[in-house]
Design a protein around this ligand. Structure first.
Ligand SMILES: NC(=O)c1ccc[n+]([C@@H]2O[C@H](COP(=O)([O-])OP(=O)(O)OC[C@H]3O[C@@H](n4cnc5c(N)ncnc54)[C@H](OP(=O)(O)O)[C@@H]3O)[C@@H](O)[C@H]2O)c1
Length: 249
């Protein structure tokens, strides 16, 4: 489970552990991961990888070693921090390269490490936490819009390649969800628009048919379903969990 130290990743790790999964918790901050693990049922069942997803060579080695110890992994959730906010015109090529490394290339490294085990099991669930920008690009999230689209293409292509092995690949598209990421986006939007963060949140809520922000547990429920055997005939989809906000079909 990527991005497991806070927000949506933490909520999903908790839900999966409550439903009996042995979880690999991945993110950079070991202390935060230890704290999450200690709050899960059967803490000793869960492993930690404290690593920057952008360091793909180390990720490859460390995850490979862990899988050699634990045996095949049947579910993987690609989730990591969103790229810095800002218009695409202001993005540097270095920022773009970092975002592709931490999202697309890291996901590919993880895939190639876990795929032999999933094929052996003839079963797998790959879920990517992306954004509703897959359906409608979001203003002021230029680099994020780019990498989410790339990840959606990655996932769709894989769903076609991996279906014959009993492996499904799907995307969750969170809307405005109460996590530390949203707090920083609200602060950024407030600073850019000379407004208070409360005003920014109110304006966001006005655009959502359900008139509230999501609790990360609600996003985790969708992840939990797609990760379960009950989602056996669903592959290649992008599921918004956005309170009805996205206008596209
Ligand atoms: N919240 C929303 O409203 C919303 C809406 C649309 C899309 N999303 C996207 O959904 C994803 C999850 O959202 P969130 O709100 O839960 O995000 P978040 O609160 O920012 O949490 C991101 C997680 O990723 C980890 N992480 C960040 N950079 C990393 C790196 N380089 N290597 C390894 N781990 C890294 C962080 O932990 P460490 O600091 O320990 O590394 C943290 O656990 C993000 O991609 C976000 O952009 C969120």
């Amino acid at each position: 489970m990527g991005g497991a130290s806070q927000g949506i990743g933490q909520a999903a790790a908790k839900l999966l552990a409550e439903r009996g999964a042995r979880v690999i918790l991945l993110s950079r901050r070991i202390d935060a991961l230890e704290a999450v693990r200690s709050g899960l049922p059967h803490p000793s069942h869960h492993k930690i990888i404290a690593m920057d997803m952008e360091r793909i060579e180390e990720l490859n080695l460390t995850l490979g070693r862990l899988v050699a110890e634990t045996g095949p992994v049947s579910i993987w959730i690609n989730n990591t921090g969103g790229p810095k906010a800002g218009p695409l015109t202001e993005a540097t090529p270095v920022e773009m390269e970092r975002a592709f490394r931490g999202h697309v290339m890291a996901s590919q490294v993880i895939l190639r490490t876990l795929l032999p085990g999933m094929k052996q099991l003839k079963y797998g669930r790959i879920i990517n936490v992306l954004s509703t920008s897959v359906k409608q690009p979001i203003p002021n999230l230029g680099v994020s819009n780019l990498v989410r689209a790339a990840m959606a293409a990655w996932a769709k292509t894989l769903s076609q390649e991996l279906g014959p092995f009993g492996i499904t690949v799907n995307n969750i598209l969170p809307g405005f969800t109460e996590t530390p990421r949203l707090t920083s986006l609200a602060a950024d939007a407030a600073a850019r628009g000379s407004k208070s963060e409360e005003q920014v949140r109110k304006e966001w809520m006005d655009t959502i048919p359900l008139k509230r922000l999501a609790d990360p547990r609600e996003t985790a429920e969708a992840i939990g379903f797609l990760a379960s055997p009950r989602a056996s005939y669903i592959s290649g989809v992008s599921l918004p969990v956005d309170g009805g906000r996205t206008g596209a079909f």
